[in-house]
Ligand binder design. Sequence first.
Ligand code: PLP
Length: 459
Amino acid sequence: EALRKDAVEQATRHLVQPWPYAGSAGAEARTLIGEGDGIYITDDAGHRLIDGPAGMWCTNIGHRREEMAQVMYEQAMQLSYNTPWYTMNAPSAELARRIADHAPGDLSHVFFTTGGSSAVETALRFMQFFNNVRGRADKKLILSRGGAYHGSTYLSASLNGRPRDRDWMDGADDLVVKLSSPDPFRRPKSLSVEGFCDALVEEFRSTVERIGAERIGAFVGEPVQASGGVILPPNGYLKRIREICRANDILYVSDEVVTAFGRLGSVFASGDVFGLDPDMITFAKGVTSGYFPLGGVVISERLLEELRRSNHPDAMFAHGLTYTSHPIGCAVALKNFDILENGLLAHTREVAPYFQSQLRTLEDLPLVGEVRGLGLMACVECVADRESKDPLELDKDVGKRIDAHCQELGLLVRPLINMCVMSPPLVITRSQIDDLVSILREGIVRTMEELRKEGMWNG
Ligand code: PLP
């Protein structure tokens, strides 16, 4: 209890939490988590919660794995750090080889970063450098979409397209062109899903034509928009966008910070799940299951070959982080890889259909507009009215209300305005899925009663 009071007091006085509101910036304590074990975390009151969002979509292998602690210890005792500027270490080379073995197409090389934002930033700076070296200095614009989340560094954040992310924030707007979110649930009423897909592809094609392919360097897209609300694009959409990019020499960057390393049952979803061969893939999170901050970009052999053969062999890609190829991070990722390959990917593929079908049973609740998802990621989207799909404008925080009830019942939810996102650790069992779904059901039922009582909803 004393420890809790200290932490709350110190945080309130000295900690700036991520994504704070101005009114509480630097003066806020959040639910204090003391420990984790498997799919569970325990809060300051000794209350055990299912870790519904797996941290931030990252604790894929679950909490408290002794082999992970062991590998950190061993690597720290062997070599805790080396400068990547003039030297290298063996774990990073081995990890790059293992990642390349699983990457689609001719993606053969890895540049390691400290997380997802720095991975996206690296892919974009690489595109700029690549086109400078090729004598195409004007080919730098970046295509991104509504509903996207790509990070919190200046350029990666400039790509973000979720409501509220950019309201009070600056961005490199002259470098980015925004397209529509491929969200079938919120498509124009007049269109079928197939018609919506055609419209999205046509928007992409006509945007390239209007701006000119000679000015567009890259498209960045998540195969499933994660933080945008687990948005699964219409069938065939990603491949059609990929073909337009290929035809126009626009680099296709598949942002797999969430979807890689098991979330959809594969190391990478781009190739295995969606049949794509991007020019670059960004990853982070699940690569170490959150045990160490690490991310990276997998880069196509063709691009590197073109650089090596260019007329500017002395041009330098002046980009690198102190912690690029961190030996402890890479050793941790190798152990995480073993765990995924020794049964956890197979387990994920096995339980995912059960997870999805059990969550879909929540669609019988009148507050629930849609349950959607793939693999072990899903979203329960609430609506005031199923006909109009009104996302509860009256009460933007319906997700937070559900989360508060669920926390009392033993489940941490990731609330997003009117949505609840679920992405539990991949080690979750069928009976734990049952627990998760029944708590979520009760949390939504209690929220419906509360909204009715307050006169905010009469569904
Ligand atoms: N890209 C995607 C798709 C993400 O979901 C995130 C984080 O949630 C990022 C990039 C940024 O990663 P990080 O927070 O590790 O910088």
